[in-house]
Design a protein around this ligand. Structure first.
Ligand code: TLP
Length: 344
């Protein structure tokens, strides 16, 4: 069956143009630093984000972990959101592999960490306490609804970090979605950060890969650690070639995904068994089941699948649908119709 797949934007398969670029990519052994396509991708990513250097990594999780390992030594801590991907969804990698101590503070409904909460979380210089090294925000903030954090807010966090001698990392898995929603250059949005991770394999449609960007010195250290984690790759230009298409063609079309998310939101609002709240600000539509629905989350997913629509639940009686390149307006209509049938 030809499914409409809304489980995530990670499900996006490469476009014909990407497949062609992959087949024709010039490659070399990237551990020797010989892969011209990887070199070009890294240069382009650094330029686009306005940073000195970039590193191609297999996943967003590895990119974030590398940033945490570079910025923090064992026993040192990172201030992060209690709904952040690095805290909730990265298998505790920072603690398990780096001995890095997470200091979670509440994500507000708009995805931000309150500046006063960050300030209060910074440890005093006291032998009983861990040493605070890093602040991390996530933009767009996935678990808060794919919400977008603004330029002024990001600047304020950067300023606070600087005043307190802390480093500042952005988990920007979907930073290009954030920039598109705000109508700003991504450079401006990440300017205050020491490091940024962003994903090629989500809304930017590439099959694999993420980028870590920062200063030359930061990237040199991340490069060594990537090898330690087993992330040194060989003729990986075949993947970098798709990433170049992402940067050139996909970063400029994300507003379409956001428009489709709004359309999906409006269509689902008409379904009586669903409870939708705020209008989506990027490519995610979160909603809850109405009180009278007795089906379990799994029963709903199975029944949707029978109707050709793949969806996933994100919590108790809560679902998240994510729009992307391969979803058209017919797919939106099909999804709303299937939900109406399943929940009637
Ligand atoms: N998010 C995935 C799942 O892991 C939840 C998704 O479907 O949204 N940062 C953020 C904000 C993310 O949303 C994700 C992936 C990552 C990092 C990790 O990226 P990958 O999956 O490439 O390791």
């Amino acid at each position: 069956m030809n499914y409409v797949d809304l489980r995530s934007d990670t499900v996006t398969k490469p476009t014909p143009e990407m497949r062609e670029a992959m087949a024709e990519a010039e490659v070399g052994d990237d551990v020797y630093g010989d892969d011209p396509t990887v070199i070009e991708l890294q240069k382009k990513a650094a330029e686009m984000l306005g940073k000195e250097a970039a590193l191609f990594v297999p996943s967003g999780t590895m990119g974030n972990l590398l940033a945490l390992l570079v910025h923090c030594s064992r026993g040192e801590e990172v201030i992060c959101g209690d709904k952040s991907h690095i805290y909730v969804n990265e298998a505790g990698g920072m603690a398990a592999l780096g001995g890095v101590y997470p200091h979670p503070i509440p994500n507000q409904a708009d995805g931000t960490l309150r500046l006063e909460d960050i300030r209060a979380a910074i440890q005093p210089d006291d032998q009983h306490r861990t040493v605070t090294k890093l602040v991390c925000i996530e933009n767009t903030q996935n678990m808060c609804g794919g919400v977008v954090l603004g330029v002024d807010y990001t600047r304020a966090v950067g300023q606070l970090a600087k005043e307190n001698g802390l480093k500042f990392h952005i988990d920007g898995a979907r930073i290009f979605n954030a920039a598109a929603a705000l109508g700003v250059d991504v450079k401006e949005l990440v300017a205050p950060a020491d490091s940024v991770m962003f994903c090629l394999s989500k809304g930017l449609v590439a099959p694999v890969g993420s980028m870590l960007v920062g200063s030359q010195e930061f990237i040199a250290r991340a490069h060594r650690l990537r090898k330690m984690l087993g992330g040194g790759m060989r003729q990986v230009g075949v993947l970098a070639a798709a990433g170049l298409v992402s940067l050139e063609k996909m970063t400029v079309r994300l507003k379409d995904d956001h428009a489709r998310a709004k359309h999906l939101y409006e269509a689902l609002k008409q379904v009586s068994g669903l409870r939708l709240e705020a209008l989506p600000s990027s490519n995610m539509v979160y909603f809850k089941l109405a009180e009278h629905i007795t089906l379990t989350e799994k029963q709903i997913c199975d029944a949707m699948k029978e109707r050709g629509v793949l969806v996933d639940w994100s919590g108790l009686r809560e679902f998240r649908l994510v729009t992307h390149y391969w979803l058209d307006y017919a797919g939106v209509e099909k999804t709303a119709k299937a939900f109406a049938e399943v929940l009637k």
